[in-house]
Design a protein around this ligand. Sequence first.
Ligand code: COS
Length: 381
Amino acid sequence: MDADSFTAFHEQLHRWVRERLVPAETEVIRINRVPDDIRAEMADMGLFAITTPEEYGGAGMSISQYIATMQEISWAAPAFRSLLSINVGMVTTSLKGGTDAQKAEWLPKTAGGMVAAFALTEPDSGSDSAGLKTRAVRDGDHYVLNGTKRYITNAPFADMVIVMARTHVEALPKNAHISAFIVPVDTPGVTIGAPDEKMGQTGAQIADVIMEEARIPADCLLGREEGRGFQTAMQSLDNGRLSIAACSAAYAARALDSGLKYATERKAFGEPIAGFQLIQAMLADSKAEIYAAECMIRDACAKADTGARVTLEASCAKMFASEMCGRVVDRVVQIYGGAGYLKEYDAERFFRDARLYRIYEGTTQIQQLVIAKQMLRAMDG
Ligand code: COS
């Protein structure tokens, strides 16, 4: 998207998030989903289409623009970003690796607001992605899928799921035993489990995707090539991790804003607690850490925009920003004091919502492994 159009879009989005999304947070929590009218507004604003190439009806945003958009939306409750993020992140990145026919069929749909999910994790494989058990067996012009995917974001709202499945029983070098499939949810044999109850992020829903003798045409093999599923997943996760870094930075900023306001209103020993240096230290540390995360994200995105692989930078940014967000929301609860432990105030919700950022799209420990592996590789030359 050209720079002027993006600036205008970004300013409009900034206002919309504060005037429309933040006031709707109570309703999102009450009904445990994004209200239909807001979902329709999101589609009308083209938010599902930001990363889709222009020839398929999208805005064709650069990585920097896409991540800045995710960051802006993440000022509001995580459910809003969550509804969009799989479509514009992992699903669109995966579909771009599809055949022309697959792109022509699915990209306009996901850009228009049809929700799609991305299914890698299973009951027995989370961090160990390559150990997944879901099987895809070729049968003439079809594949037959059997297996269960777990914690699949947006599965209860999805019309299509990108499924990673084993096309070989034995593990192959570079994890080439895994292939990616486009699976319409109305395929006989596909069922979606009941939404899981979670610690936080109310309104963002996850559920199992269960496949029992689910027969899909061979045309549904992404890119019509077996063995590329793991690479597709990992490539998609590079962007996904930048997106989580951005939403961690934004949510930390939202929590800090709330903590700062509270500190100027709440009085102790006859004056606002913002006047006390120990409170100021918590505010200042939080501000500096948010700024550091924002700089990392901008730097990683600028590099990604050149077409360079940013596996290391994305993992660094995701690890730092999500851990930082955890520290900030914890300090904000501390600034609120007793009120920080009450559901009546926002601090408690920020604390619970932020916990997931250190876990999904690769735990902090997985990011450490990825970063160290890239460092060691670079040494080997
Ligand atoms: N971009 C492109 N290709 C990649 C890639 C990336 N970021 N990462 C891996 N690949 C491809 C490469 O072809 C690689 O081989 P080479 O590096 O020799 O070319 C191949 O995949 C195998 O990669 P790797 O050796 O790193 O695989 P491992 O089995 O060692 O697994 C971890 C690595 C554990 C890091 C990986 O399984 C992982 O990230 N797990 C966490 C998954 C996760 O985040 N789940 C959360 C939910 S997902 S919605």
